[in-house]
Design a protein around this ligand. Structure first.
Ligand code: NDP
Length: 279
């Protein structure tokens, strides 16, 4: 029951209606018996600073941030983490005393998912990242910090590909042709290609004949869970990994920052799966 003591957490963004964050976090609050509830606020472009002021005024306990506010919230916060600063992107806001701190949890969520769910350690590995948008940048930085030896970035637009490589200049490089893919231990689709209800639904980010049996292939697109790329990778003998793990682990990281509790990962994952199947 929601009472006067219930703490509020919320997503700010536009659009927010199809976000899985309320489903995932409310399932976690319920499972742990925490007196918290998570809602979603549709905040139009230009409204980030006002939304952060509202968080302060209303004492909202935790915030998730999505498009188009991931960079725009930064000046309104008291501080951001070194990762969020480097990426110029915040996807979670938490209180530290009386200060509002911005964090970027996608990269750590990606690494945690691979480590916990697949037993994959990025140290000294060779990785190919397809894409150079917000999620790809977070993944490149996290892989570099996790000790990946060589990170090859392949992207439609050269300038953003080079900028992503610039996050880890000692080990990441932009390539125009995906030739090095067959050398990689891990291949990550971090483009939006294959996402349901978009013009690229049903398309592949890469010619699957470049894949080699035994490679770990992650598609961070999670709707659908089994993307055409993952199906093609499986047919080539690769180990397919859906984007659900990253989604859950990045949410788990935010949950820890807000509540200081250990999140119930399996409950969160089951709630997200049920919501995705209902779509
Ligand atoms: P961005 O818009 O920041 O980046 C999109 C990327 O996809 C860019 O590299 C872009 O290339 C590329 N791209 C898009 N359309 C095409 C196309 N037709 N042909 C070639 N390349 C294309 O998005 P995000 O980084 O925020 O998100 C990317 C995907 O990852 C989304 O599907 C999102 O839902 C998913 N995601 C999943 C998460 C998870 O936890 N599993 C977390 C975050 C995101 P270019 O630079 O040339 O435009």
């Amino acid at each position: 029951m929601i009472t006067g003591a219930t703490r509020i957490a919320a997503l700010i963004g536009d659009p927010v209606r199809h976000s899985l964050s309320p489903v995932i976090h409310n399932a976690a609050f319920r499972a742990l018996g925490l007196d918290w509830v998570f809602g979603a606020f549709e905040v139009a472009e230009g409204g980030a600073a006002g939304a952060v002021e509202a968080v302060r005024a209303l004492g909202i306990g935790g915030v998730s941030v999505t498009m188009p506010h991931k960079e725009a919230v930064i000046p309104a916060l008291d501080r951001v983490s070194a990762t969020a600063e480097r990426l110029r992107s915040v996807n979670a806001i938490a209180w530290h005393g009386h200060d509002l701190i911005g964090e970027s949890t996608d990269g750590v969520g990606f690494i945690d998912a691979l480590h916990n769910d697949e037993g994959f350690d990025a140290r000294d590995r060779t990785v190919a990242v397809l894409g150079a948008g917000g999620a790809a940048r977070a993944i490149v930085l996290a892989l570099a910090r996790a000790g990946a030896r060589d990170i090859v970035i392949f992207n439609r637009t050269r300038a953003s590909g080079e900028a992503a490589a610039g996050l880890a200049p000692d080990r990441a490089r932009y390539v125009q042709l995906p030739g090095q893919i067959s050398d990689a231990d891990l291949i990550v689709n971090a483009t939006s290609i294959g996402m349901a209800n978009t013009p690229t639904a049903g398309e592949l980010p890469l010619d699957p004949s470049l894949l080699r049996s035994g490679q770990l292939v992650v598609d961070i697109v999670y709707h659908p869970l089994r993307t055409p790329f993952l199906e093609a990778a499986k047919a080539r003998g690769c180990v397919p990994v859906t984007g659900l793990g990253m989604l859950i682990h990045q949410a788990a990281h935010a949950f820890r920052l807000w509540t200081a509790e250990e999140p119930p990962l399996e409950v969160m994952s089951a709630a997200a799966m049920a919501a995705l199947h209902a779509r």
